[in-house]
Design a protein around this ligand. Structure first.
Ligand code: SF4
Ligand code: SF4
Length: 337
């Protein structure tokens, strides 16, 4: 199944971050770039006219951008669904100005225990995530918890899955990918993670597991469809190709549609997933949309996972617990002991 247009605009609005995550190289680059509001508004409108449906404001840490609310408002005004993933350090103080502007709000959490999360994040972020969960819910939001799982924090999955169910929030479980520096998840570890896939409020896209089991993307007959499915823009208004993490070419944007239809873009698109550095790639953020551009087993796995997400996000009654997140976390951790 070939969709003609990209579904997602991945907008890097800042290169700065206030966390020091072990798995991330963005903060190490020390970039200071920040997108200009007027340019962002123009690109959002151009993207929407191209058929894009979702915009993910990312970085760095997107909440460091002072004009994020205006950007979200502009995205909604032109009919885009908005996505935001944050480390939550600044969310408690920005909650009110963001209320109602984010369709898919994700808080990153690497463990159910403060010591695990703070160690992996390189910052005292755990308490902020918990207070962000409470504040977001009190502002009428229903955030998701994004859990990047690897051999280093596998044991946190049972706790987090119970906590998510108790809070009535979706736990998105994403496997670490190759260049994050951990050893790959073993077959046994993947099977263990999959045993949680049918649980209420746990979202595990087993298409990622299928990809990891085959050793990631293959450069002969690649499965990556990043340039079919995603447009990637940097803070300094460059279109990045094929993707942010392994950018090969950049082009200054004057008109997004003209660039999208250009020979430059078309030629690069023919090479998506086939560059030498694409061998073994399993970057979640690009494969998630890619899975929906070819009708195969990856597509079907991903579709099943999405239906599970929709069921618990929108169709299931919310969990009864209105307790503060800290109470729920402490209670479930205490039961473990
Ligand atoms: S919060 Fe995100 S951008 Fe910042 S260091 Fe961690 S992974 Fe990287
Ligand atoms: S590095 Fe990964 S996401 Fe980027 S083009 Fe290659 S396979 Fe696709």
């Amino acid at each position: 199944m070939a969709l003609l247009r990209p579904l997602l605009l991945q907008y890097y609005i800042t290169e700065q971050c206030n966390c020091r995550c072990r798995v991330c190289d963005i903060w190490r680059k020390g970039g200071t770039g920040e997108a200009a509001l007027a340019v962002v508004v123009q690109r959002l409108q151009e993207a929407r006219r191209l058929g894009v449906r979702f915009v993910d404001f990312t970085g760095g840490e997107p909440l460091l951008h002072p004009q994020l609310p205006e950007m979200l408002r502009a995205a909604q005004a032109c009919g885009l669904k908005t996505t935001l993933t944050t480390n939550a350090l600044l969310y408690p103080q920005r909650c009110k100005e963001l209320a109602g502007l984010v369709h898919f709000l994700h808080f990153s959490l690497d463990g159910a225990e403060a010591e695990v999360h703070n160690r992996l994040r390189g910052a005292q972020a755990f308490d902020r995530v918990l207070s962000s969960l409470d504040q977001a819910r009190s502002c009428g939001e229903r955030p998701d918890i994004t859990f990047t799982i690897g051999p280093h924090n596998l044991e946190q999955l049972p706790l987090l899955s119970r906590i998510a169910a108790e809070l009535g929030l979706i736990l998105i479980v994403n496997p670490v990918f190759r260049h994050q520096g951990y050893r790959p998840l073993s077959e046994q570890e993947l099977s263990y993670i999959e045993s949680f896939a049918g649980r209420p409020y746990v979202y595990i896209n087993t298409a990622f597991h299928r990809l990891l089991r085959q050793g990631g993307n293959r450069i002969v007959r690649p499965r990556c469809r990043v340039m079919d499915s995603v447009l990637v823009i940097s803070p300094d208004d460059q279109l990045l190709a094929p993707c942010y993490h392994f950018v090969q070419k950049t082009q200054q944007i004057t008109d997004l549609a003209a660039l999208f239809h250009s020979e430059w873009f078309r030629a690069l698109k023919k090479q998506q997933g086939a560059f030498p550095l694409c061998a073994g790639c399993s970057l979640n953020c690009y494969f998630d949309p890619s899975f929906h551009y070819v009708l195969d087993r990856f597509f079907l796995d991903s579709l099943v996972a999405k239906l599970h997400y929709i069921r618990y996000k929108y169709l299931s009654p919310r969990a009864a617990s209105n307790k503060p997140a800290a109470v729920v976390f402490n209670q479930i951790i205490a039961e473990k002991c």
